[in-house]
Design a protein around this ligand. Structure first.
Ligand SMILES: Nc1ncnc2c1ncn2[C@@H]1O[C@H](COP(=O)(O)OP(=O)(O)O)[C@@H](O)[C@H]1O
Ligand SMILES: [Mg+2]
Length: 475
């Protein structure tokens, strides 16, 4: 391999036909006289444009099968010309400098010698705390096992995106199980009911995972008095769009009922019906309270789910799956509003240091203002979110910029690629070239988890019952 040219943060390498090179590969351009090396990553492979090759290819085609007789090539030039035709030009991005001790620095302001440098494949995996204190085995890169450090997934915001069926949820499950195995409290908002069997292996054995699945009419009961005014009026205002004027009346009625010790939905509805207020306010309130009553999510205090119970379920590596499958939009929004309220209570009273939230297709139930809230306020109190989506444009641009780690699976749609290209963690070119045409189950890792060195990984298989596979007639 040879250096051909350098422009800005790009280097072009010439690779001869017998040299192994692939998109996403890392190479070290080592300059022996300076005893350091330039770390570059191949983002695209092209044919080298060598003068005369086009003419030669055309001649080959035109004379194919038309001329009889022996080829006479005493100087063996044709094999050399053939080699030239197969010579590739590798577009590479400079990622940093590897110094004599093997450490990585971001410096890219020097040029290695074109004649003296040696170019060899470089294993970036070695830089990623392979087998550190809390290793997470993500999969394979070039046949070598790739481990990352669980702490790089801590304290931040992760996004997993890609086309349907490419392995996003699978990766989310892998991260979830790994984080829980290190004691991290985890909550999953599961829209497809596909996380409910993670504690069973494929052949039905029990895994060492503490998993609780809750669903409406199956463990998800809340009592108004335990939730408190703030959460309940939040549900009414945000999940059920109660106008502000009615919200004020609701607060007054709540205080009144609370003082009399009669906080329940039926009591509340009765009180609103008899309350002296404008008809429209009364109607607005009664209709919303009726929705809450019919949702089946509210009961009396005896076995209601409280923040203490939620905390018990997730502390020391417990996984709580909130199964939102087959629920209406409204019920999903009510539940998410309640859960985010409860998790905020747990975290702001310091009962737990942090909670990891895995949110599948969050645009289906997360209200507009929560996106910012999750990446700013909630992150500071310790709610660390992983968004999983196949519609990258439903995640606001600002969220991508805040993301600490982004995992990108295959995309074919130009518009989706453009959206992802705005990720601050990598340049648009890298994402565009590398993501295009990657096979399913392989993804591009960006961010802290790979020390900002974009890396392609074939995600590890899991021995758990995943479910959620698309239901098919022909199989
Ligand atoms: N790395 C992997 N190894 C083995 N099976 C996988 C892997 N990734 C995905 N799968 C399987 O492929 C199917 C689709 O994956 P899934 O994660 O549900 O896709 P997505 O969430 O992107 O739609 C599932 O049956 C899943 O179990
Ligand atoms: Mg999925």
């Amino acid at each position: 391999m040879r250096i051909y040219r350098k422009e800005g943060d790009q280097v072009q390498l010439i690779a001869f036909p017998d040299e192994q090179i692939g998109k996403g590969d890392y190479f070290l351009i080592e300059d022996p006289s300076l005893s350091k090396g330039l770390l570059v990553q191949v983002i695209d492979l092209q044919y080298a444009n060598i003068p005369g090759v086009l003419e030669d290819i055309l001649r080959d085609v035109m004379t194919d099968g038309e001329l009889t007789g022996e080829d006479s090539d005493p100087l063996n030039i044709s094999s050399e010309v053939d080699a030239l035709k197969d010579t590739r030009l590798a577009l590479c991005k400079i990622r940093g400098t590897i110094n004599q001790e093997g450490g990585l620095t971001p410096s890219t302001s020097w040029l290695p010698s074109r004649t003296a440098s040696r170019i060899k494949p470089y294993r970036v995996g070695n830089l990623l705390v392979n087998g550190g204190k809390r290793p997470v085995k993500l999969g394979h890169t070039d046949g070598e096992s790739l481990q990352v450090d669980a702490s790089t997934l801590d304290g931040g915001l992760n996004i997993i995106t890609g086309r349907k069926g490419t392995g996003k949820s699978h990766l989310a499950k892998l991260l979830l199980i790994s984080m829980a195995s290190y004691g991290a409290p985890c909550v999953v908002l599961d829209v497809n009911g596909e996380y409910v069997n993670l504690h069973k292996s494929k052949d039905g054995r029990q895994q060492s995972i503490r998993l609780t699945v809750l669903a409406p009419r199956s463990g998800l009961n809340f009592a108004l008095s335990k939730l408190g005014l703030r959460t309940v009026s939040g549900v009414l205002a945000h999940a059920l769009d109660l106008p502000a004027t009615s919200s004020k009346v609701f607060t007054t009625i709540w205080r009144d009922l609370e003082a009399r010790g009669g906080l329940s939905l039926p009591e509340m509805i009765k009180a609103v019906q008899g309350w002296n207020c404008h008809d429209s306010v009364r109607e607005a309130l009664v209709s919303r309270l009726q929705v809450l009553l019919e949702s089946g999510l509210f009961s009396d205090e005896t076995n209601s789910l409280t923040e203490e119970k939620i905390m018990r379920l997730v502390e020391d590596g417990g996984i709580l799956v909130v199964n939102l499958k087959n629920q209406s939009q409204t019920v999903r929004r009510i539940l998410v509003e309640i859960f985010l309220g409860e998790l905020t209570k747990i975290l702001s009273s310091n009962w737990l240091k942090a909670i990891f939230l895995f949110a599948e297709e969050a645009h289906l139930y997360l209200r507009e203002t929560y996106w910012d809230d999750i990446v700013t306020r909630m992150r500071h109190i310790g709610l660390f979110t992983t968004f999983i989506t196949n519609q990258p444009d439903t995640v606001q641009e600002g969220i991508y910029r805040q993301a600490d780690n982004v995992f990108i699976f295959n995309f074919t749609n130009e518009h989706d690629l453009d959206t992802i290209g705005k990720v601050a963690k990598a340049d648009r070119e890298t994402i565009n070239y590398l993501v295009r045409g990657i096979p399913t189950r392989r993804c591009l890792l960006l961010g802290n988890v790979v020390r900002d060195l974009p890396l392609m990984v074939d995600v590890e298989a899991l021995d758990v019952r995943t479910m959620g596979e698309t239901r098919l007639f022909f199989s």
